[in-house]
Design a protein around this ligand. Structure first.
Ligand code: BG6
Length: 500
């Protein structure tokens, strides 16, 4: 049975005009993500009927040049569909931090609704360098583009949202001078991934997992976001961020909240985000002394010669972190999180290991304990799930073997492409659904977990990054983090042969 979800179709075909205004439209994000996602939504007829996309940036470009440039990003489509989409695209050369300059954009947006009886809704997408977020919000306000006289006004802000708790707080309070919290959509594109959303469905649309989803049955949880790419052209940004800001504060902590949270009373923005906030509030904070037992950092060989990276940089490109969640459900269960660049393969997954049976009545080699069952959630690539359990080997006395049940997206949803995360997120903003966006308190709590860890790396006696060779699985020392707990990194989806 297939059940339909929320927001599959865009809203607003009643004469309302929607202007999606991309500030900083001449950058990579627009070219590689927003343009293709919007075109795909347009092809699927999921955008509001009267939607117009207005690119705003300092670079001189004509409407035609903007359209051609976006077309390239979409893989050079031709035909009536592209022409229809292209007719919705326009471009304004303006300094997004200057209210005077933005008034030209304002005039162009105003024109969009002249022939319509409906309201004019405006979505401002800040596809900007983070240093421009505050001035751009002020300029939008001064140019009176944020006044909700004739339709809604919303804004989308990309990551990084601040570089620590104090900058995140300052940015939140600056934004709140202009926009109410319910108008603000902070992107973490991991929440837009199909398989990440499926984690909620898996946990809360099935009755068999929730009763065992706690410390009584679960021994440990491992979350891995591995990347094979190197830092490449992003050295200047990355060297200031490092893996803890770039991946842990947002993506890994978001995955942690979804796997650990209590069931929300509804799939509704605040209900969901309240539960995530409870998890983040319960994460045990660490002192410098704790850090040695809970963190391993690494840097791939050759990182310091990447363009934009400071010579002798100690910025970690890999981290493995052990966290505990101090609440009734999770007390004592370690959550091992790791992420890095320059690793063997790209793979995002979670492994949930259950306890071993409390009493073993079957003979095992050397009377060893049997491993507990493991549930692997493969988020990308080879999306799906795998549950391991013990089975009797036929005609071999009571010999046992670990076997598995597998679910693959490509089998059960054959013929349905997994859309890019931005498609879902853009659609949700247009529909006014903030469930898959991070709230101000969530962002601040996430920084309050990561900040002390980053700060302590600068203290005397702090661990230095271990070197690792690109293409390997990270620094061998990350094993020690688990060995002290008599555990080890569990084989990932690819290692156990779970591939498409
Ligand atoms: C971004 C990080 O947020 O996520 C990048 O800044 C990282 O460094 C990327 O490569 C990973 O996203 P995905 O969707 O490719 O797993």
């Amino acid at each position: 049975m297939m059940t339909s979800g929320a927001n599959l179709l865009g809203s607003g075909d009643d004469g309302d005009v929607t202007a999606l205004v991309i500030l900083g439209a001449s950058g990579n994000l627009t070219h590689q993500k927003l343009g293709p996602a919007l075109f795909s939504l347009f092809q699927k007829e999921r955008l509001p009927n009267h939607v117009y996309i207005v690119g705003v940036a300092r670079n001189e470009m004509t409407d035609e040049e903007f359209r051609n440039w976006l077309r390239e990003g979409c893989g050079r489509p031709t035909g009536a569909e592209w022409d229809a989409f292209a007719s919705r695209l326009s471009y304004v050369t303006a300094d997004v931090t200057d209210p005077g300059s933005l008034s030209e954009a304002s005039a162009s947006i105003g024109h969009l609704s002249t022939d319509s009886d409906g309201r004019l809704n405006c979505l401002f997408y800040l596809a900007l360098a983070p240093g421009l977020y505050e001035p751009a919000v002020s300029a939008l306000s001064s140019a009176r583009l944020t006044v909700e006289a004739d339709g809604w006004r919303r804004m989308v802000v990309e990551k990084p949202f601040g570089s620590d708790l104090s900058t995140a707080r300052r940015l939140n309070s600056h934004i709140h001078k202009v926009f109410r919290e319910d108008q603000v959509y902070r992107i973490d594109h991991y929440l837009g991934k199909e398989t990440v959303q499926n984690l909620l469905v898996f946990r809360f649309a099935n009755a068999i997992f929730e009763p065992i989803w706690n410390r009584n049955y679960i021994d440990q949880v491992q979350i891995t976001v591995a990347e094979d790419v190197l830092v490449g052209e992003r050295g200047e940004y990355y060297d200031r961020a490092g893996v803890l800001r770039d991946m842990f504060q947002n993506h890994l902590l978001q995955l942690l909240t979804l796997v650990a949270m209590d069931p929300p009373y509804a799939f509704e923005a605040d209900a969901l985000r309240n539960e995530k906030v409870k998890v983040l509030s319960s994460v045990r904070r660490m002192s410098l002394r704790d850090l040695h037992q809970n963190l391993v950092i690494g840097q791939y060989d050759g990182y310091h010669v990447e363009p934009g990276v400071a010579p002798g940089s100690q910025t970690p490109t890999y981290a493995a972190l052990r966290l505990f969640i101090d609440n009734w459900r999770w007390q004592g269960v370690p959550f091992y999180l790791r992420s890095g660049k320059g690793l063997a393969r790209k793979s995002t997954e979670m492994v949930i290991q259950f306890h071993s049976p409390p009493h073993m009545m079957f003979p095992t080699p050397d009377d060893a304990d049997l491993p507990g069952n493991t549930l692997s959630i493969c988020i990308q690539p080879n999306e799906g799930m795998r549950l391991e359990f013990q089975s009797k080997v036929p005609d071999a006395g009571l010999e046992m073997k670990t076997v598995d049940l597998e679910f693959h997206y490509h089998d059960d949803f054959a013929g349905i492409d997994i859309p890019d995360a931005y498609e879902r997120l853009l659609l949700d903003v247009l529909a006014g659904d903030a469930s898959l966006f991070t709230r101000n308190d969530e962002i601040e709590l996430a920084w309050s977990i990561i900040d002390p860890i980053i700060d302590s790396l600068d203290m005397p006696g702090a661990p230095a990054p271990y070197r690792y060779i690109p293409g390997m699985s990270g620094p061998p020392h990350s094993e020690a983090l688990l060995q002290n707990d008599r555990r080890h990194w569990l084989p990932g989806c690819a290692e156990v042969g779970y591939v498409a």
